[in-house]
Write a protein of this length. Structure first.
Length: 739
């Protein structure tokens, strides 16, 4: 045995020993029931949707197209697994699949460009389109291979990047009817639609290439003007400013090309950033020589719909079959972050016509959204036994509802100590809406020594505000909150205060720790008494933190922003204090070793993981940790900026599992390895997930049977974690790539 391997083995064992009894494995849980207005939410913990874009793709290769939803809020991907019920849109959350997508921003569409039956990935990148081929299958699972870093099109002599604005959504479809995928997109000036013809069939006789030529700089022979109601037909687009009367149009349009009238050519459904409606443009030309002969606003009011689309603002239309009847339906959602409706904003029109000549009937205005906990914009959860029945209830603050303010929603736990169930009681706990604040971050704890849980809230200005619980301290007695004491002890963060109440110095008095937009934590020690707290002994304005940048915590990721939006949640595990901190990027930072051997606060907390749970639930993550299942292992609910929450159940982490306790039929060899290794599980079908030590998924293999050979050619030398699942069983093993 060579010396390098001995050293590496010792390092591995020391690493796993060092985190034993510290690491908590978080397993996503979508089973706890949530009831709103007597309805049980089927996708309650799905994380909500604000500005979603819909594509159909079979991500688990079971023969049914699933829904892949990209949300501009936080550039978040949600995979909804089709349950395969004919005529019915029934979905479950397929969380593992979203980790297998490459990073995406602004817009994303899926379409099969090479005709292999797998939907490939097209998304915005650097003023153009990046393409990843879907190279997965039922054996190896979902995977993507980059094939075009940037699509190019022959505008004149030489190909240059095919322009698509980050604010727009193009149409990627077979426009000319020859079998390959073409692209319709607004030009740089934003008034005329360009037709980029895919030349794959013409040049090679097959559709698996992505070679584009600008066939028309004014597809349809029309111009959209400076207003969404300015549609000019028979316009050559040759005038100054791209043919736009009055000058350059604003950026922001969505395009959906489909054959509405069954005449064999593509018509157009247009959304605009300045409109709350969709515009239908009828193509009276041919598949190649399009000519818009008529248009009508308020689509699809003349297609069996009781009401046209009316969304504030910038609706975008998507054509996907969501109810398994082999006819694509119309899904419409807003596309202007910070400006659009965020609840009841995903409109579904079922197709009561045919797939080639659709006819749309509106069914609902909260498709998918209505099955999720949805607080509009932003979600900041906290735990408290609100009615003193011995069960922890869930309170969630939000940034705001559209055209409204921030509020607190109360979900009472009507389940049991080990199996919680939640029911919405109010969306305006303590009358927070009357304060006209935004970014409401709640914290609960006893601040006046009377034995009940008082309420603090943080908000956008950086101040925190105190609501005393004045209800009698008795079993089964709901909290009653006194009018607030505003700007409590003059505690003020830079902006976006996110308080936590915790006896951090272990002196029997609850202290306050605040996160903020800056991504750090400030500690305000309680120097008063149990019944008369004091967090500002010098009466300064604003209050001076007892410890600034507590524990050296800083969740800023400069690759994204100089802001961090830290949200702290303190909890205990195995007798030791831990800390979870949310962040702008979305990763949950997990710290331990908050105290030294003498119970004094450490100046530097130990960062166990900057992506605890391997989740990234979306921008502006907000964790709330507690043992909700009564098994002595902390659980986590985490909010995100789309206004929803995810639930994760804590389990003894992989470091606490005896990795040699897996069945003798499980074999991994060789290990250590160089370029490949085998995973064998005799007589079983199983799934493999491999992560690096930061939690990033390196590779997956779905539905393997008995044995699979996995390549590690592009892996860096080091330690990896192999997870094998079959049924409800899970096993973890250490992998080592030696060189």
């Amino acid at each position: 045995m060579n010396l390098r391997f001995i050293i590496l083995t010792i390092a591995i064992n020391l690493y796993f020993f060092s985190i034993k009894a510290q690491y908590i494995d978080l397993i996503r849980n979508d089973q706890f029931l949530v009831i709103e207005n007597t309805d049980t939410l089927k996708l309650a913990w799905g994380g909500a949707l604000n500005y979603p874009q819909f594509s159909a793709a079979d991500v688990n290769y079971d023969g049914w197209n699933d829904l892949v939803v990209f949300d501009r809020t936080g550039n978040k991907i949600t995979c909804l697994i089709n349950q395969g019920i004919p005529g019915k849109p029934e979905y479950s959350i397929g969380d593992v699949y979203r980790y297998l997508f490459p990073p995406v921003t602004d817009w994303m569409l899926m379409a099969d460009y090479n005709g292999d039956g797998n939907q490939d990935l097209f998304h915005y990148w650097n003023g153009s389109v990046q393409v990843h081929r879907n190279t997965g299958n039922a054996m190896i699972g979902l995977q993507f291979t980059l094939v075009k870093e940037q699509l190019r099109s022959q505008y004149s002599i030489n190909p240059i990047p095919l322009y698509v604005s980050s604010a727009d959504i193009p149409s990627i479809t077979d426009v000319d009817g020859d079998g390959d995928l073409d692209i319709l997109t607004f030009n740089f000036l934003g008034g005329c639609v360009e037709f980029h013809q895919n030349r794959s069939m013409e040049l090679y006789g097959h559709r698996d290439s992505l070679v584009f030529t600008l066939r028309s700089d004014n597809w349809g022979n029309f111009v959209e003007g400076t207003s969404a109601t300015d549609i000019f037909l028979n316009d050559s687009c040759d005038a100054p400013s791209g043919g736009i009367p009055g000058g350059m149009r604003h950026s922001g349009s969505s395009l959906l090309a489909l054959d509405m009238d069954g005449d064999g050519d593509k018509d157009l459904v247009l959304g605009d950033i300045g409109a709350n409606f969709l515009t239908y443009l009828r193509n009276d030309g041919t598949p190649i020589q399009a000519n818009i002969g008529a248009y009508e606003f308020n689509f699809p009011q003349n297609y069996n719909a009781t009401l046209p689309v009316n969304l504030t603002t910038f609706p975008a239309a998507f054509y996907v079959d969501v109810n398994n009847d082999s006819k694509r339906d119309l899904i419409v959602a807003p596309n202007a972050p910070e400006s659009s409706e965020t609840s009841n904003s995903v409109w579904r029109y079922t197709n009561v016509g045919t797939d080639t000549q659709p006819n749309f009937k509106r069914l609902e205005t909260n498709f998918i959204q209505g099955e999720m906990i949805d607080l509009g914009e932003g979600a900041f959860p906290a735990w408290v036994d609100y009615n003193r029945d011995g069960l922890l209830d869930l309170v969630i603050g939000n940034t705001k509802y559209f055209n409204g303010t921030g509020q607190l929603s109360l979900y009472l736990n009507t389940g049991t100590a080990s199996l919680p169930q939640f029911e919405l009681v109010t969306r305006d706990l303590a009358g927070i809406s009357s304060l006209t604040l935004t970014n409401i971050v709640p914290a609960f704890g006893d601040l006046d020594g009377d034995g009940d849980a008082d309420l603090l809230i943080g908000e956008t200005s950086g101040y925190i505000h105190y609501f005393e619980n004045i209800a009698p301290v008795a079993p089964n007695t709901p909290a009653v909150y006194a009018p607030p004491i505003m700007q409590y002890f003059n505690i003020k963060e830079n902006s976006f205060s996110a308080p936590a109440i915790v006896d951090l110095n272990l002196d029997g008095l609850n202290d306050i720790v605040c996160g903020s937009r800056l991504g750090k934590l400030n500690y305000y020690q309680n120097t008063g008494t149990a019944s008369s707290p004091n967090f500002n002994p010098t009466a300064s304005n604003p209050a001076i933190p007892t410890i600034a940048q507590l524990g050296g915590v800083n969740v800023v990721d400069l690759g994204i922003s100089s802001s961090g939006y830290s949200v702290p949640s303190f909890f205990q595990y195995n007798g030791n204090w831990h800390l979870a901190v949310g962040s702008l990027k979305g990763g949950i930072h997990h710290y331990n070793q908050l105290h030294d051997g003498s119970n004094q606060l450490n100046t530097q907390f130990n960062l166990l993981n900057n992506n605890w749970g391997f989740m990234y639930p979306g921008f502006r993550s907000s964790p709330a940790v507690t043992d909700i299942t009564n098994d002595n292992i902390p659980d986590l609910v985490v909010g995100n900026y789309a206004g929803g929450v995810n639930m994760y159940i804590g389990q003894a982490g992989f470091a606490e599992l005896n990795t040699n306790s897996s069945p003798s039929t499980v074999q991994v060899f060789p290990n250590p390895f160089s370029n490949q290794f085998n995973v064998r599980f005799i007589g079983k079908s199983f799934h493999v997930t491999i992560r690096d030590l930061n939690g990033r998924i390196i590779q997956t293999c779905e539905n393997a049977y008995q044995e699979v050979v996995l390549s590690s050619e592009n892996w860096a030398p080091g330690i990896y974690l192999l997870e094998i699942t079959f049924g409800s069983a899970r096993y973890f093993l250490k992998l080592v790539r030696s060189n």
